[in-house]
Design a protein around this ligand. Structure first.
Ligand code: AMP
Ligand code: ZN
Length: 464
């Protein structure tokens, strides 16, 4: 039985799909005005694990991910610049070129992290008529009003507004924290924005009698209903989406479709934060992307392994030291799996039914089905690797969830340059003399040249 934490009910619920076999899953995708930072990527890895766990439980997944290539303003209160137009000014390219470039960069990151592709990718700009029709439906049903700068959703017409995020309990004095502009209520949000008369936008469309562009939330409601229908199983994102983006998606979709709940399970991944709780941002020192890791000789899958060690609902602190430890941990796991492969490469013919292995498999399944307890699942695997009965194929079955490409490990024949070999020899001598500080210093020196050393029962093992 699969159990998952549902932000809607605020408890761990048994997962019951709407239809027997296929699960409808919508995950909010990137705003493609810059590279995804490693915080963003944590959310996509959590969603990938969810998908793999559903697949492991025998479900087929109809997974839709959007690309926000228009309409995401720099603040959540429907003010500020459009992030795409901002990206275009920053780089001197058109907004369309920016969107194309960063969409490709994002999809490359997903491959590098071994994240499975969605069944359907959809771009906001490819679905403008659907969004206009959605705003029209809401207008026909009496949920909207127009101001001089856009068409807004009137949250007072939707009594359960903000239930998932507990917003009803938050006293929001009009104008105190939110720049109200001509909005009637603080939580009201833009469904459609009108282009300002003085500005020439690169991305704008004729609708409602003027030029304009969609509000950020409407794309997810329009595209999820297009591909998954008016009622589907699971919707995910990072926790920052709970109070604004997802709250607004729920309001506009339930108002338009009359379905409650519109989505049965809402799942949110916690953030990864920098030291001192600083936010990860898309500019400045806190802007760490996957390429930054690769440039420091950290394998993207070591970042994946790093994330698996913490439950997706726990905040995680980023540090280079922890990431390096994860790289060593992954190398260690790979070495163990390779040794296992070499050990039972000839003997494997049938599924392993040893009682020990059955216990291990059950324990692994219990962990992943317990709200995606990946730290627990990893611990089961390391325990399993200590058991003489475990076989390579069973570990590969587990890797269907981990996604660490344990089936692709091969012993690398690394050519060791002379200077690195000299340091290795010095380190061997230092270790024989039990001079651990010198040994550590030499390890760092070797690392600076791009090689990792591990101490195994067979001596120093080197990897790139
Ligand atoms: P964006 O491209 O800004 O729309 O964000 C893409 C995804 O990354 C969203 O699901 C966000 O909730 C998520 N996200 C943003 N910052 C972080 C972070 N520091 N840690 C984890 N997820 C994040
Ligand atoms: Zn969304």
């Amino acid at each position: 039985m699969l159990k998952i934490y549902n932000t809607l009910t605020k408890k761990i619920d048994e997962f019951k799909p709407i239809s027997d076999k296929e699960v409808g899953l919508y995950t909010c995708g990137p705003t493609v005005y810059h590279y995804a930072h490693i915080g963003n990527l944590r959310t996509y890895i959590f969603e990938d694990i969810l998908k793999r766990v559903l697949e492991y439980n025998g479900y087929e997944i109809n997974h839709v991910m959007n690309i926000t290539d228009v309409g995401h303003l720099t603040d959540d209160g429907d003010n500020g610049e459009d992030k795409m137009e901002k990206g275009s000014q920053r780089e001197g390219k058109t907004a369309w070129e920016i969107a194309e470039f960063y969409t490709q960069a994002f999809q490359k990151n997903l491959k590098e992290l071994n994240i499975e592709s969605p069944t359907t990718w959809c771009k906001a700009t490819d679905n403008i008529p659907e969004q206009i029709a959605f705003v029209q439906t809401l207008t026909d049903k009496g949920f909207t009003y127009a101001t001089s700068d856009g068409i807004y959703f009137d949250t007072t017409k939707f009594p359960s507004y903000g239930e998932m995020a507990n917003l009803q309990n938050q006293e929001l004095e009009a104008g105190s924290r939110v720049d109200m502009g001509e909005k009637k209520n603080p939580h009201d949000f833009a469904l459609w924005k009108f282009s300002k008369p003085e500005e020439k936008r690169q991305m704008e469309w004729e609708a409602f009698g003027r030029k304009g562009f969609p509000g950020w939330h409407i794309e997810c409601s329009a595209m999820s209903s297009k591909y998954l229908g008016h009622h589907f199983d699971i919707h995910c994102g990072g926790i920052d989406h709970i109070p604004v983006h997802h709250t607004n998606e729920i309001a506009q979709s339930e108002a338009a479709f009359g379905e409650h709940p519109w989505v049965n399970y809402w799942m949110h991944g916690e953030f990864i934060v920098m030291k001192n709780d600083e936010k990860m941002s898309k500019s400045g020192d806190n802007f760490v992307i996957l390429d930054t890791l690769i440039a420091k000789n950290i394998d993207p899958l070591a970042y994946r392994f790093f994330l698996l060690q913490t439950h997706y609902r726990k905040q995680l602190n980023f540090s280079w030291k922890a990431l390096e430890a994860a790289q060593t941990g992954l190398n260690n796991l790979r070495n163990k799996v390779l040794a296992l492969k070499n050990k039972n490469i000839k003997t494997l013919k049938h599924e392993n039914t040893s009682p020990d292995v059955l216990v291990i498999k059950t324990s692994f399944l219990e962990k992943i089905n317990d709200d995606l307890d990946m730290p627990g699942a990893l611990a089961s695997i390391f325990d399993a690797l200590k058991n003489d009965e475990i076989d390579y194929e069973t570990i590969l079955q587990f890797d269907k969830i981990l996604g660490l490409e344990l089936d692709k490990i091969k012993k690398e024949n690394i050519e060791i340059p002379d200077d690195v070999q000299k340091l290795l020899d010095e380190r061997k001598k230092a270790r024989e003399e039990k001079n651990w500080s010198e040994s550590d210093r030499l390890r760092d020196e070797i690392k600076a040249l791009g090689y990792n050393v591990e101490d195994t029962s067979e001596g120093q093992q080197i990897s790139k």
